[in-house]
Design a protein around this ligand. Structure first.
Ligand SMILES: Cc1cc2nc3c(=O)[nH]c(=O)nc-3n(C[C@H](O)[C@H](O)[C@H](O)COP(=O)(O)OP(=O)(O)OC[C@H]3O[C@@H](n4cnc5c(N)ncnc54)[C@H](O)[C@@H]3O)c2cc1C
Length: 405
């Protein structure tokens, strides 16, 4: 039976990043991914965008991947948060943090290609794809992972299973770890637009009664749109023709960027919050969407997962260097305890935003306007908010400080 130190289940952005982080550490690694990743290489108007916090840029720098991402990254110099129909407005500016950018908007395609190229060069990593994990079980001092590949079933042995297998995490289920899921009854409609005026590297978050609306600066003067609508209205918004869609969006967003002139292909993402009740067990660590699936309102999901990667890699490498068993509960609890506060803070923050800014009560509108003004005028509170959204609060892993593992 093939033997590994770590088997990563799920080769999405989080699982692939962990494989990069653990490379070169003398560990025997496998990554099991069910779906062959998109191989489309040409850039297109419809690129889906991911906002990376400044802390995530540091992690990608630590993984030696930032150079490949930078050419496609649009820096965010300012974030404007406003409430449609109310007076409140808050600004965050890179100069207040003394950094070149508050974050970066990068096409998901480029992140996927960069990670795929990087994991393909790791000699000690076996990539099993397309292959599906069908069963997992603990044995004494190890764990077994049963995979189905091209109609054949194989069993692998490992000291540690890392579940990076997404919101519905079959591995989480098989280990009997409970999760709490909340359906927001909201759907994010994602597309790209071209406005009449230059975006000037400003990201806009606008709260409207029908849901939050984000416009993120991209290359070629495009903006990535994430527009949250009530799920029972999503179908009709998706069915609008281009002119009507742009008119509806313009009405929600206003004229800060002049007329909205072009729109690309639209995709709809139903939204839910999923929280695993435990993040570690003997021989198992959960990470990324498998442990926290968030509302995309503040673009925090992958950023939180990237910090999981940096923390778990640091804990595992330190443990192995100290002669410890990387799959022991004692070692994995260090990761679980470390990540607990960040998971909780970011979940409470995004869930609170998703709820408070979508309730239509007039008094709430005044309160949140006043709250935004107060935040804008109170430097320490605003600084805390900025640092949380940039992924810079709490204990920072070495990779996120730009240091080697
Ligand atoms: C509309 C929208 C906008 C967003 N914008 C942002 C943003 O701007 N910034 C940000 O930080 N985050 C953002 N996010 C969140 C971000 O996309 C996710 O947090 C991130 O993609 C999660 O990655 P993951 O690798 O944990 O999970 P996934 O991407 O779900 O990957 C899980 C992988 O596991 C594989 N898998 C599952 N089961 C098995 C099995 N049994 N065997 C083998 N493989 C298996 C799947 O095929 C999949 O490839 C956004 C989310 C949405 C919905």
């Amino acid at each position: 039976m093939p033997q590994y130190d770590v088997i990563i289940i799920g080769g999405g952005m989080v699982g692939a990043s962990l494989a990069c982080a653990l490379s070169g550490q003398g560990l025997r690694l496998a990554l099991v991914e069910a779906v062959e990743q998109e191989t489309r290489s040409e850039a297109g108007y419809d690129d889906r965008a991911i906002a990376l916090a400044y802390g995530t840029r540091r992690i990608f720098s630590g993984l030696q991947l930032w150079d490949s991402l930078e050419a496609a990254a649009t820096p965010i110099h300012q974030i404007h948060i406003s409430d449609r129909g109310h007076f409140g407005m808050m600004r965050m500016d890179r100069s207040e943090e003394g950094l070149p950018a508050l974050g970066y908007v990068v096409p998901a395609r480029v992140i996927g290609q960069t990670l795929a190229a990087a994991i393909g060069k790791i000699p000690e990593l076996d990539i099993l794809c397309p292959a599906t994990v069908t069963a997992v079980q603990r044995t004494s001092g190890a764990a077994e992972v049963e995979i189905s590949r091209e109609g054949a079933t194989t069993t692998l042995s490992t000291r540690l299973i890392v579940a990076a297998d997404g919101a519905d995490s079959p591995v989480r289920e098989q280990f009997g770890i409970d999760s709490v899921a909340t359906d927001y009854r909201q759907t994010a409609i994602v597309t790209n637009i071209t406005p009449q005026l230059a975006h000037n590297n400003i990201a806009y978050e606008r709260f409207t009664q029908s849901g939050p609306l984000a416009l993120l600066p991209m290359t070629e003067q495009r903006c990535a749109v994430v527009w949250t609508v009530a799920s029972d209205q999503a179908e009709s918004v998706m069915a609008l023709d281009e002119a009507d869609f742009l008119a509806r969006l313009q009405e929600r967003f206003g004229y800060r960027l002049g007329r909205l002139e072009r729109v690309g292909h639209r995709q709809a993402w139903p939204l839910r919050l999923v929280q695993a009740k435990e993040s570690v067990r003997e021989r198992l660590a959960l990470m990324g969407n498998a442990v926290h699936t968030l509302h995309p309102i503040a673009g925090q999901g992958f950023n939180l997962g990237a910090r999981d990667v940096a923390a778990l890699a640091e804990v595992l490498v330190d443990a192995v260097n100290a002669g410890e068993d990387p799959g022991s509960l004692e070692v994995l609890s260090r990761y679980g305890d470390w990540r607990h506060r960040d998971h909780k803070n970011v979940t409470v923050f995004t869930d609170g935003l998703a709820r408070i800014f979508t309730l239509p009560l007039p008094a709430l509108g005044v309160a949140r306007s006043a709250g935004m003004l107060a935040l804008d005028l109170l430097p320490p509170a605003k600084r805390l908010l900025t640092r949380t959204t940039m992924g810079r609060s709490g204990r920072t892993p070495r990779l996120a400080r730009g240091l080697p593992l």
